[in-house]
Design a protein around this ligand. Sequence first.
Ligand SMILES: [Zn+2]
Length: 260
Amino acid sequence: MTPRTLALLLAVALLAGCATGLRIDTTYSARGQDSRAQYLVLHYTQSDFASSLQTLTEGPVSSHYLVNDNPPTVYRLVDESRRAWHAGASSWQGQTQLNAASIGIEIVNRGYRDENGQRVWIDYPPAQIDVVVALVKKIVAEHKIRPDRIVGHSDIAPQRKIDPGPRFPWKRLADEGLIPWPDAQRVAERRVEYEKRLPDVGWFQRGLAKHGYAVPSSDELDEPTKRVVAAFQMRYRPERCEGTLDAETAAILDVLTTKP
Ligand SMILES: [Zn+2]
């Protein structure tokens, strides 16, 4: 074959390719499918809007949404069909591929400042929370995300992260019907029992694991276990979230992980 013939054959092949193209017939659709997004993860940015935006658009980390504080504008930085890189090494209910399986919302909030050895947490403005709630509702409705899969960064990475922090109003999400919440009456009843005798550390560890946390099964109140307890308390009992085991924490955990 001469070079000229080869060139001619290649040209014909290319033309044939162009003419045929690839056509995909979308007549049929499978019933067995659901959204890529099975989890929703909430964060605070720990910085102001300008530096949050820069970090999330130009750096290696990203999120689907960024919610400013003033005015409380919602910015979409990553399309929901694509992965954002917000979760890092993490786990919830045994799922460790959370970037692939979640939608991330970063909320502009400084987190805390330390003053004279005291940690002062920064409140979320009510107008910003209204916008976050509306956004969570929209995402949950579109992707059919389960209530027990709406979590904080501190829930999925309690050894590394404390955001969105104890000032994030999880109770408000519960009041909106978005996340499970322990019945106050049942908690009060169980608390009386646990004040008489506090369960051992292994009981707490098993309960926290059942609830979704990656927690040691050491039967000891070691530092990693304390961090998980603190993450749980930040969510359900934010007034005291130092990771100390007490009757109220036991009661909340019991009510959340057992049927009435
Ligand atoms: Zn985070």
